[in-house]
Design a protein around this ligand. Structure first.
Ligand SMILES: [Zn+2]
Ligand SMILES: [Zn+2]
Length: 164
């Protein structure tokens, strides 16, 4: 999954003023607890999961994805850390928390939006007047299995898409 994120991120990161940006998946970041000089962008995304015990697949529109990002202007180096909250199978007793599986298209939409936040927070760009609606933020909301969602269990699922 890291490779998938990285190749998509690197294509878009070349737009950023000649600074060198890197992206890493970091399971240890916590929503709302970004370090000093780090910005946060948090959103919901669509992904599929598969259970490693019974091989069942399920989709979810409410997969919490957290980005922490920071630019060191002196070194011309930027870093993005990503955490994707996991879910577990509701059929299996003792199911493991599974990593979400995103389509490249969905990652690209998230990265595009992330770039917008980076330009605003790290490069002083003006926020756009109207925010384009993303195709997976639409009205289709299936039931959400809170008991099987890592973000719910840790109390982060109710946070809306936001930057702070
Ligand atoms: Zn299962
Ligand atoms: Zn949840």
């Amino acid at each position: 999954m890291a490779e998938q994120w990285n190749s998509i991120f690197q294509k878009r990161a070349t737009e950023l003023d000649g600074d060198e940006w890197t992206l890493e998946l970091d399971d240890s970041i916590v929503p709302g607890q970004n370090q000093q000089d780090w910005n946060q962008y948090i959103r919901n995304a669509f992904a599929e999961f598969s259970c490693s015990l019974c091989s069942r697949w399920w989709p979810s529109k409410q997969v919490k994805v957290v980005f922490h990002f920071s630019l060191d202007p002196a070194l011309h180096r930027g870093t993005v850390k990503v955490k994707c909250f996991k879910q577990k199978c509701r059929e299996c007793f003792d199911a493991e928390m599974e990593e979400p599986c995103f389509s490249s298209e969905n990652i690209d939409v998230m990265v595009e939006k992330l770039m917008e936040k980076i330009r605003i927070r790290c490069y002083g760009a003006e926020p756009p007047e109207s925010n384009r609606n993303l195709f997976f933020d639409d009205e289709i909301k299936g039931p959400h299995e809170s008991d099987h969602c890592e973000a719910c269990l840790r109390g982060f699922c109710q946070e809306n898409d936001q930057i702070f």
